[in-house]
Design a protein around this ligand. Structure first.
Ligand code: H13
Length: 253
């Protein structure tokens, strides 16, 4: 079911109903719900474990569309000391991005659709073994309360959209992406009082899923080897960045 985007829960206003629907609200809602439906899906036949390091497991399914590699990718990870809110906030907020992203030349917000949804235009580094790529996508952050007792689930979705301020200009090629970062916070041995929770008691289980179409032909073997190297590298660097940034700050639930 597609919810009415005007009354969904948002990190900035709790569950208040505010009428501030934007033109992509239904698109955002549809893609968010899709991710929430599939996030719990078990890894089945066809998925290969391509990298494992500590708690991090990177899976990939080899898929080609018209000769172009569009392998879906899924990473499961679990880390102590940070909340899902913190992980998602650092992933979504552009002001931290260039500190952990190593595959970007630039990032720019070209439109703010609502306080939790912005449109980015990004220029990617030529890690790709072909023409330089750019991307234009809406990026949405969301908090979902499942029950009174449990910590809410936080997620960020990045989804390609066209924009008049970001026309496709040759020789650049536009990436087409549907990426989600979904985080659950677990409180181990919860004290009676929420104020007494320490960073050592919290754990975040995260799932990162990426469907990325390179937007044009790229040699398959080269692309797969770049992906195999760069995704784990990104998640390691990003999660250590968040750990370092939050270590001495009050916990953001
Ligand atoms: O998710 C990552 N970064 C986001 C914030 O910059 C942007 C990302 C996105 C990518 C492409 C288009 C739109 C949005 O969500 C981290 C990405 C790490 C990428 C590692 C490089 C992998 C190379 C594989 C290329 C497949 C075509």
């Amino acid at each position: 079911k597609i919810n009415d985007a005007a009354v969904v829960s948002t990190p900035n206003d709790g569950n208040t109903s505010v009428n501030r629907k934007h033109r992509l609200a239904y698109d955002v809602e549809r893609v968010v719900q899709e991710h929430l439906t599939y996030v719990r899906e078990e890894i089945s036949d066809g998925w290969d474990l391509i990298h494992q390091e500590g708690e991090m497991k990177v899976y990939r399914r080899e898929v080609e569309e018209n000769g172009i590699v569009v392998d879906p990718l899924k990473i499961f990870h679990s880390m102590k000391g940070v909340t899902g809110h913190e992980i998602c906030q650092y992933f979504w907020d552009y002001q931290y991005r260039m500190e952990w992203e190593t595959t970007l030349d630039s990032t720019k917000i070209i439109e703010v659709l609502d306080p939790d949804t912005v449109i980015f235009f990004q220029m990617h580094k030529r890690v790709w073994p072909a023409a330089q790529r750019d991307s234009c996508f809406w990026s949405h952050i969301r908090c979902i309360s499942n029950s009174e007792e449990d910590q809410p689930t936080w997620l960020v979705v990045n989804y390609t959209t066209p924009h008049h301020l970001a026309p496709i200009k040759s020789p650049h090629v536009r990436l087409v992406a549907n990426v989600a970062l979904i985080c659950e916070t677990i409180i181990n041995e919860p004290p009676l009082n929420i104020q007494d929770i320490k960073r050592e008691n919290i754990e975040c289980k995260l799932t990162y899923v990426a469907f990325v179409n390179p937007g044009g032909w790229v040699p398959s073997a080269a692309l797969r080897s770049v992906a195999k190297r760069e995704y784990p590298r990104f998640l390691k660097r990003f999660t250590s960045y968040v750990l370092e940034q939050t270590r001495d700050k009050p916990i953001l639930f």
